[in-house]
Design a protein around this ligand. Structure first.
Ligand code: HEM
Length: 299
């Protein structure tokens, strides 16, 4: 593991930087509450981080994060400080936080601190050196935190690194292949539906206008859903989010088509009631799933 001395050398962090940070301590303490508010405002604003916060003790977390904020300005950056930073990465892995959010959060913290300096120091040169010291300590923090993060994550090995990576890659490729097959199959089915629509139109010309029009309408509905489905699957292949809603939509449309045909065939009431009940249940499921999806982030 890297020693604090090395880290300081790599970032050209000097004793003057340490003193400059120490000189910011009173301002930091004065703004500790503001920091906490801004930080949690940010974290509660993102669904992924909000979910993690809700699983943890709020007060304890606030204390941890605002203590960390103040410790940036303690003026003492030794191996003990380094151990503290190493622990943070581990703590975040443990709660299942993606390191991406640590980086993003650090960006917000940086802006908060740079603003604080800009608003409280009038001398340009002094502001510049303060800014540099703050940038260094934040980057050093991020460096150690993300290194320990990676170390902690690397511990999660099943067989060996190489075998694990191979298995993951192979499975990814396999799923990609399956998805391609699915897209092709969907395209073939779409063509079959176009043929079905053509067949329905034949009915219209043969004189069975009512039956022809209704079933053709049903086929068109299904074709429309197939387009959605294909579109969705292609988005998924390109790395987008898969929407289960479209699948439910397809089933709903298929049932509507069945109801149209069933009415024409004058099926018995029992069958028609069964179809109507199924449609109602699917409608409710569709509504519930759409509620859940609306709350999810669109990554
Ligand atoms: C630059 C960004 C961040 C810094 C500097 C930071 C700092 C810290 C520190 C110092 C601790 C205490 C670690 C310990 O001593 O055990 C901690 C814990 C924790 N942090 Fe952060 N944090 C950051 C970002 C985040 C983000 C984005 C989240 C998202 C929700 C988060 C959630 C947590 C949680 C849940 C814990 C408690 C872990 C436990 O129960 O041990 N942190 N963080």
């Amino acid at each position: 593991m890297m020693k604090m001395q090395e880290l300081r050398e790599h970032y050209r962090f000097t004793d003057e930087d340490a003193q400059l940070l120490k000189s910011l301590e009173p301002l930091a303490i004065e703004n500790q509450e503001n920091f906490s508010l801004a930080f949690y405002d940010y974290l509660y604003g993102l669904p992924e981080t909000a979910a993690i916060l809700n699983h943890n003790n709020r007060e304890r977390l606030r204390e941890m994060h605002s203590n960390w904020f103040i410790s940036l300005f303690s003026g003492i950056y030794d191996n003990h400080y380094m151990n503290h930073l190493t622990r943070i990465g581990h703590a975040h892995v443990k709660v299942g936080l993606n390191v991406h959010f640590v980086n993003a959060a650090m960006n917000q913290i940086r802006q908060f601190l740079l603003n604080l300096i800009d608003n409280n120091y009038s001398d340009r040169e002094h502001r510049r050196v303060l800014r540099e010291a703050v940038e260094k300590i934040l980057d050093m923090n991020l460096d150690v935190m993300s290194t320990s993060y990676r170390e902690e994550e690397m511990k999660k090995v099943f067989l060996s690194r190489a075998v694990d990576t191979f298995l993951i890659k192979a499975t990814e490729r396999f799923t990609h292949g399956l998805n391609l097959v699915l897209v092709l199959a969907l395209a073939v089915v779409s063509i079959a539906i176009v043929a079905m629509f053509g067949w329905d139109m034949v009915h219209v010309f043969r004189g069975d206008v009512e039956k022809g029009v209704f079933t053709a309408l049903g086929s068109l509905l299904i074709l429309w859903m197939m387009i959605e489905l294909l579109d969705n699957e292609i988005k998924n292949l390109k790395g987008g989010r898969f929407s289960i809603l479209v699948f439910i939509g397809v089933v709903i449309v298929a049932i509507i088509r069945e109801i149209l045909i069933s009415t024409l065939r004058h099926d018995d009431l029992y069958k028609q009631a069964f179809l109507a009940a199924t449609l109602l249940i699917l409608g409710i499921v569709y509504y519930l799933v759409s509620l859940v999806q609306r709350d999810q982030p669109k990554i």
